[in-house]
Design a protein around this ligand. Structure first.
Ligand SMILES: [Zn+2]
Length: 224
């Protein structure tokens, strides 16, 4: 196991695994022996490995994408391999729910066509899901629109139209549903007051967990 030891004035050992590169850093008291440190790491090795694997998996999801055969693209929190096929007409589609197929013609402007694909997916996935959840919770939505916002997952206008960024469809369903419910509540309650969160708690008791998940996955929005 690779790690870096930093000697500090602290009294106890502390482990830190970077969320940037999964590297382990140990902060140790100045006088503590290497043996004691190694024993401590050995004791915690299962936890360290698990954490590092988890972070590596997240990093994998967030690295900038290349438009080459086998590259993985996110949709609803899942990675789908890209399959490039011959074709003079630009087309991108999900094949058998297994892979994202792109014709060679798209390679002239792959980002553009991938964005088109995501917007298309966002339209069908988010309209359908919003209707289902609104129906279940008793909300009436006037319309659902898709935009290209980078930092805002969704918004709700005064006339009950809900707007989502197409980037939302990259995230897991748990996080998507949280945003949908958040915007539905805004139909009645326009601010983030206590009333808003009381309603949220009633409709989605584990909303704090979902909010956390949304934050964790936010980087995914920057992959294109
Ligand atoms: Zn809000």
């Amino acid at each position: 196991m690779n790690y870096k030891i930093i000697r500090t004035k602290r009294k106890t050992l502390a482990l830190h695994i970077s969320s940037r590169d999964a590297m382990l850093t140990i902060r140790a008291p100045i006088g503590m022996s290497e043996d004691t440190i190694h024993r401590f790491i050995a004791q915690k090795s299962n936890w360290i490995r698990r954490k590092q694997t988890e972070i590596s998996r997240q990093l994998e999801k967030h690295k900038p994408r290349q438009f080459i055969e086998g590259e993985q693209f996110l949709l609803a929190g899942r990675l789908y391999p890209l399959h490039i096929i011959p074709g003079a007409k630009p087309r991108v589609y999900l094949s058998n729910g297994e892979k994202i197929v792109m014709t060679e013609a798209c390679l002239a402007a792959p980002r553009h066509y991938m964005e088109w694909f995501y917007k298309h997916q966002a339209k069908s996935m988010l309209v359908k899901r919003t209707a289902q959840i609104a129906d279940k919770l008793g909300y009436t939505v006037k319309a659902v629109r898709i935009n290209s916002a980078r930092t805002r997952w969704g918004s709700c206008s005064m006339n009950s139209t809900i707007n989502y960024s197409w980037r939302l469809v990259l995230l897991p369903w748990d996080a998507i549903d949280y945003v949908i419910i958040h915007e539905l509540i805004h139909i009645d309650i326009k601010d983030h007051s206590r009333r808003f969160y009381a309603r949220m708690l009633k409709l989605l008791p584990n909303y704090a967990e979902r909010e956390k998940k949304l934050k964790e996955h936010s980087l995914a929005a920057s992959i294109l």
